[in-house]
Design a protein around this ligand. Sequence first.
Ligand code: UDP
Ligand code: MN
Length: 631
Amino acid sequence: MRLWRNFPKALCIGLTLVIVNILLGFYPKGILQNLILGQLHEKLPLPLSESDGSMIKKISRLEMDLQLLKESMKLAKMEQEKVDNPLKTAVEAKASKTKQHRPYKKLFPYSWLFKQWGEDLSEAQQKEAEDLFQKFGYNVYLSDRLPLNRSILDTRDSRCLQKTYSSQLPSLGVILIFMDEALSIILRALTSIINRTPARLLKEIILVDDCSSNGELQEDLDKQIKLHNQKHPGLLKIIRHTERRGLAQARHTGWEAATADVVTILDAHIEVNIGWAEPILARIQEDNTVIVSPVFDNIRFDTFKLLKYEVAVDGFNWELWCRYDSLPQAWIELHDATAPIRSPSIMGILAANRLFLGEIGSLDGGMLVYGGENVELSLRVWQCGGKIEVLPCSRVAHLERHHKPYAQDLSPAMKRNALRVAEIWMDEYKYMVYAAWNIPVKNSGINYGDISSRKALREKLKCKTFDWYLKNVYPLLKPIHNMVGYGRMKNSLDGTICLDRGPVPGHTPIMYSCHEFGSQNVYYLLTGEFYVGPLIAQTDADDFCLTDPGIGEQPTLEPCSKAAKNGLHIHWNFRQGGAVINRATKRCLEITKDTSGTYVLVLQICTTQVWEIQHTLRNWESHNGTILSEL
Ligand code: UDP
Ligand code: MN
């Protein structure tokens, strides 16, 4: 059950797994376990939580952790499929029993494509499938062989089926944006939209090609559009960017071309489910200031099986990566599984009244490549008089790619876009985004583009503050008001090693060669806490506090609020360039060489060792009164 509750998180976790995969190619595993599981942990707090990590304690290797996670998810999924479709599962089980042996050699034993698929493929077929997989990030070989009009499980709550809608709903325009997607994927998306949207409501489908490079998306796609238009005159339009402009601009291009009352902006790798459109149109008809998100299910990138996701709301962390949050109490208390759910954010896919979306500034064309544009829109919607809701009766199956064809590492784009969002919308809280990414607030060296027109838009619309948003819409995101320093923490004895949260799972901080990953993020608060590891700063999860356990010589890391409740020694005196002294035990955090000559952390009677933290914030003055802050 615990695991099941995490299924919806996979949309975001997908990103983490991609990063893990890339890194596996470059780093020794021990380091990776240390570096990345911290990140994964952050994205997937429940099954890997430090507090109840017994499941993974015995497993030391990163891949095994990930494999275990995948296996568990697969098992849970199979359980669910049994419930959803007992007959099919029984047939499948019989078929696999009769399969004697695998006739072909596995050419790509480590490829994610072949973990759960492709047993019966010849070597040539495996090669073809793997090439396509590497290029697109999903199983194009299989997609090309599946029917375009395949049926998928109706994942709606049964109560959705009883809902009736007015016969006078507004018209719908669907915008599909794409860049280097496989043709069969786009055609399946189109087919699902045409087959599962009442024709009287569907006014237009606008395809926006963000300068794809694969040939089949030129003439072959044009031909298919023509065929559709012969059956449904004037329904489809295609617009092609002549240069790559990123997904926010692609969405904006689609919006500009649309004429319908309501626009729905979708990724190209989706299949809309039965009855998806009516709840959207009815809700926006009722209130044209609502931006709506359907509920996503996951089309697996390898098997193309549908994985049902539980209903959740859309949120984000301080790096502005998306995450799923639990359902609001107020909605649960309604006891109506069909009711709209107020949501702090959207994931990217959205529906809106076309004119209202225009009034509030459509999409910010200054958001480049990928990431953060969903948070930008969300803050703008809420702060400028709109609202966001998830509609449980509208379901869209979304294919989560194993990797993106347009970027190996999404972080640089994400980071840059996050700063742009922070600068335009987050007022005095913007430092939280800088801190989460470990970037200095001044002279960050990152060009987030010209924001003057977006600031002017904010003025014109008389938008509310980010403080209002935090307090009224997203209290789960918890700013750290008294943070005075953040970044790498170095000891004067050796500037090449940094304080590090150490292996995960585990509670033992270490000194380790300095690197750029979140496991070496440190945050110092005026109240005396040191948070070590990727920033969490949310009310539903704890950061990890540097602790003097009082016994032994080793510091530990403990969940901060639990540690505070239990009276553990988590408060330290520290000034930039000074000693780190525990306020209760008076012991100093220092480093010493172990028998192998490696520096290790130690708690001891203070000698003369001093520490530096990488970035400083306002309110933190040195002994002689010089302000060290960057703000
Ligand atoms: N996309 C685009 N231009 C880009 C990058 C992406 O048009 O530079 C399209 C992509 O083909 C997809 C949509 O934008 O249809 C969303 O991208 P993706 O699916 O990678 O994002 P995610 O689902 O992870 O939010
Ligand atoms: Mn997508």
